[in-house]
Design a protein around this ligand. Structure first.
Ligand SMILES: Cc1ncc(COP(=O)(O)O)c(C=O)c1O
Length: 365
């Protein structure tokens, strides 16, 4: 079989996802004394204890298919956000929502615009659908260049993808920038605002909560994978105008997300104490990390998420540091696939994990 002839070019052109090493792989290969996985922006405190109880309860019904519209969870999210439940689509993670959006929104030849250094999952899902992505260089401050994005819109543009705050840079669009953008983007162009890190940024005074600026063409994405600590369950959602949600629902895999995932998310929403503890830990550890980087002379970008981007001299240095840290048992994320080969992203972990990171970095430099 000649797959090169059989399969579409956009699939052949995609690069396979290169996952970071798992904890088990690092233990097997390097046998370090300690392991700190600071690679995937997960919540290093775990998840709320309420989640575990809810998931055990959900197993009672595991022989039945999940509720395809996640009715109870949808109502809860609607209530919390002051919106209607028919304005919400719940799927297996915001990556699944991105996949649905790429399959539903774009006709052949239509383009998306985003930054050249942003969430790789969007590049992948757009690539699978064969959507041409126009990548606008980020600014010198590692932020979305809003003016250039607006200027680049043309008759082929179907959607703008903004991660706010962004991954891997952890920068955010300010209220003024966001207002300018949604005022300038024509109503027939969708604006996808990915708020995966919303819970970490929402207290920042000039951070715009996209739901405060609702427009028919704006689609807001949220996830339970980050601050709520449910990455392993795969559950996230989109908020948009109800007629659009109806269309998006048609492309969702009928029974995603799973019943345990729906129960887990509901329970996670009940535990504001755990959420606050997680956000507070990240804030505190980020401040300590900035001081550490200042002291040892490593450049970084100030962050509105649960990770910090380290800016190294070049790609080789980034690679060397990541590999040496791995031997010390510290798993970091190179972000070349995100468009920044000279950078490394470090997830903010527990105080213990951050000490491990700092001690190891001092040792290898
Ligand atoms: C900006 C952004 N969007 C979406 C995702 C994916 O989230 P989920 O686990 O909900 O698919 C991530 C995960 O890293 C992310 O950084």
């Amino acid at each position: 079989m000649d797959l090169k002839k059989l399969l579409p070019k956009n699939i052949l052109d995609l690069k396979p996802y290169v996952a970071g090493k798992t904890i088990a792989e690092v233990i097997q290969e390097f046998k370090p004394d300690r392991i700190s996985k600071l690679a995937s922006n997960e919540n290093r405190l775990g998840c709320s204890p309420l989640v575990k109880e809810a998931v055990i309860k959900s197993l009672r019904d595991i022989q039945d298919y999940p509720d395809p519209v996640s009715r109870v969870l949808r109502q809860k999210i609607a209530e919390i956000n002051g919106i209607k439940d028919n304005e919400i689509l719940i799927a297996a993670g915001s990556e699944s929502v991105l996949s649905i959006l790429c399959r539903v929104l774009f006709k052949s030849g239509e383009q998306a615009i985003t930054a050249d250094a942003t969430f790789v999952g969007f590049f992948v899902q757009a690539g699978v659908k064969g959507v041409d992505v126009v990548k606008i260089p980020i600014t010198e401050q590692y932020a979305f260049d809003v003016k250039s994005i607006v200027r680049s819109v043309n008759e082929n543009t179907k959607a703008i993808y903004l991660a706010n705050p962004n991954n891997p840079t952890s920068t955010y669009l300010t209220k003024d920038e966001y207002q300018f953008l949604i005022d300038e983007i024509p109503p027939n162009v969708f604006v996808i605002v990915d708020e995966a890190y919303y819970e970490y940024a929402r207290h920042i005074i000039d951070y715009p909560h996209a739901l405060d600026y609702r427009k028919e063409n704006v689609i807001v994405l949220r996830t339970f994978s980050k601050a709520y600590g449910l990455a392993g369950f795969r559950i996230g959602y989109a908020i948009a105008e109800s007629h659009l949600i109806t269309q998006l629902m048609k492309a969702k895999l009928t029974f995603e997300p799973t019943t345990p995932a729906q129960f887990a998310a509901l329970a996670a929403l009940e535990d504001s104490t755990f959420l606050q503890k997680s956000v507070d830990m990240v804030e505190k550890e980020k401040d300590k990390l900035y001081l550490f980087f200042d002291n040892i002379g490593i450049n970084y970008v100030r962050s509105a998420t649960n990770s910090v981007l380290m800016v190294l001299g070049n790609e080789d240095e980034a690679m060397q540091i990541t590999n040496k840290m791995l031997k010390e048992g510290v798993i970091l994320r190179r972000v070349n696939a995100f468009g920044l080969p000279h950078c490394i992203r470090v997830t903010i972990g527990t105080p213990d994990e951050m000490d491990h990171f700092k001690e190891s970095l001092k040792q290898i430099r």
